[in-house]
Design a protein around this ligand. Structure first.
Ligand SMILES: [Fe+2]
Ligand SMILES: [Fe+2]
Length: 279
């Protein structure tokens, strides 16, 4: 892969800021989050100005994916319980929802299922703030959507390589574009100033052992991705069987025998999550 081509593809990817679906609200919220004097009231007020967006955010935060099912009445309350970064991640995902369902059929369900699974895994591993793992799971394959929207011909070539050469999706991306959606995710997360744990969950879910600062997030998203794939809830575009990294389990001090309990809990909550109507 020529360096020039890589650079130009990266530029094309990052022109996502020109896409109309990312609401202005997100910029304002992102700016306020950096401001040490900003408070929850102010941020809640900005989000609540966009009624369609805040209704979607409330719908999302009340699903079992974030661990507070049916208990959050206002955006303000969501910010207090889940934190700014989780709410920002949810705004990003609801904003790209329409794009996502058009770009790759089944990817939304795959993402939502991964969010739930990452939450269940994080809780089973006794990690703090499991909702942060949910949001990393929710956004873990976003790079695929952005690639599909910004570079439809390359996306089609990836999809063809998956079908014809029996490659995994991220291997096909590397063969066609020179990098995978994990790299795109890292660019996007930096571009949106997402915190390191969400960024590394997004950018290292295919090789959690290479995560620099937040290997737990990368490992939980990796396992979540595997879980949602073995349940075949939605699809991330792969044909091949999902592979669970033993290293990811070790990193969370989980044993293979813990997976029974984790899978049961995931299956128990999946029905409710699949009722979630985001349209
Ligand atoms: Fe992925
Ligand atoms: Fe995935």
């Amino acid at each position: 892969m020529e360096e020039d081509l890589k650079t130009s593809v990266k530029g094309q990817i990052l022109s996502i800021k020109d896409l109309p679906t990312l609401p202005k609200v997100l910029d304002e919220v992102s700016r306020l989050v950096q401001d040490p004097n900003a408070n929850t009231d102010e941020i809640a007020k900005i989000i609540s100005r966009d009624q369609v967006l805040s209704a979607k955010v409330l719908k999302m935060v009340n699903s079992p994916v974030y661990g507070f099912p049916g208990r959050i009445g206002t955006v303000q309350h969501a910010l207090v319980l889940l934190g700014f970064n989780v709410v920002r991640g949810i705004i990003i995902s609801t904003s790209v929802f329409d794009m996502m369902i058009k770009a790759m059929e089944g990817l939304w369900e795959h993402s939502l299922g991964c969010a739930l699974a990452a939450n269940v895994v994080a809780r089973a591993a006794g990690l703090a703030d499991p909702e942060e793992y949910s949001v990393a799971g929710l956004l873990h394959d976003l790079g695929k959507v952005v690639a599909a929207v910004q570079m439809p011909e390359l996306h089609e070539a990836v999809s063809q390589a998956v079908r014809e050469q029996d490659l995994r999706w991220f291997e096909a991306e590397r063969a066609v574009m020179g990098f995978g959606h994990d790299r795109i995710n890292a660019w996007l997360a930096r571009h949106w100033n997402l915190p390191g744990n969400i960024r590394e969950g997004m950018s290292h879910h295919h090789s959690p052992e290479t995560a620099q600062l937040y290997p737990e997030t990368a490992a939980a998203v990796h396992i979540g991705d595997w879980i949602v794939r073995i349940y075949e809830y939605g699809t991330g575009g792969d044909d091949q069987a999902a592979v669970l990294s033993k290293k990811a389990l070790d990193m969370l001090k989980l044993k293979l025998s813990d997976m029974d309990r984790i899978l049961d809990e995931f299956a128990g909550q999946l029905a409710e999550v699949s009722d979630l109507d985001m349209a």
